[in-house]
Design a binder for this molecule. Structure first.
Ligand SMILES: CC(C)(COP(=O)(O)OP(=O)(O)OC[C@H]1O[C@@H](n2cnc3c(N)ncnc32)[C@H](O)[C@@H]1OP(=O)(O)O)[C@@H](O)C(=O)NCCC(=O)NCCS
Length: 187
């Protein structure tokens, strides 16, 4: 039996807490992130060997006005991650990029992914000057695309062959969400 079947808890037994990550979470973040980069079919083009060292990860998890990493926890176990960051150029700071959404397979379909994205959108809403959130998603990742769509994201383009893995090429949808007074994302 695969691990999804053996270890998937029943939805009723799940109690998830989502919070902003800090440098103290660097080690557990790295474990989940590396699982994400080995996802099959691939959900990310980034290579595991290009992941930064623990000290650099800790620095990235430090509090900032321009980015935030969120983690979903069951008890003390980190089971899902996402990050949101403002574009860095002075004339692009009204946009943010949502990336790295991942939930460990055993904990999927329990509302974890939705909670993570909603927290990230709430952060962007509270940042006030952010008007738009963009993301890219591999076209095969139907669960993620459905989740983003259900929160109001729309596909505005598809980039072909953005990365290759094991001899196959993967396309990515470009998705965007305008933050308006109608779709305020406060949890
Ligand atoms: C996408 C992902 C984060 C969703 O996490 P999750 O905790 O299972 O999501 P949730 O339980 O909160 O489900 C939220 C919504 O996502 C969609 N969804 C989740 N799993 C789905 C599936 N297997 N098939 C279709 N839609 C699905 C549904 O719209 C669902 O809403 P519903 O339960 O009301 O139908 C998870 O599947 C994952 O980690 N996938 C691999 C990584 C990935 O693709 N990341 C995106 C990178 S851009």
């Amino acid at each position: 039996m695969d691990e999804n079947q053996t270890s998937a808890p029943q939805p009723s037994s799940i109690s998830i807490r989502v919070r902003a990550l800090s440098p103290a979470d660097a080690e557990s973040y790295r474990v989940v992130r590396l699982r994400a980069l080995h996802e099959q079919p691939p959900a990310f083009g980034s290579l595991p060997e290009d992941e930064p060292a623990l000290s650099e990860i800790a620095a990235r998890l430090a509090e900032s006005d321009d980015r935030c990493f969120f983690g979903a926890f069951q008890n003390d176990q980190l089971i899902g991650i996402v990050r949101i960051s403002r574009y860095s150029a002075a004339n692009e700071k009204h946009r943010a990029y949502l990336g790295g959404l991942y939930v460990l397979p055993a904990f999927r379909r329990t509302g974890c992914g939705r909670s993570l994205v909603k927290q990230a959108l709430s952060w962007a809403t509270n940042a006030q000057t952010i008007r738009r959130v963009n993301l890219t998603v591999v076209t095969q990742q139907k669960a993620a695309i459905d989740l983003y769509r259900s929160l109001g994201f729309r596909i505005y383009g598809t980039e072909q062959e953005t990365f290759s893995k094991a001899g196959r090429f993967y396309d990515e949808h470009l998705m965007t969400l305008e933050l308006t007074s109608e779709n305020h994302h406060n949890p």
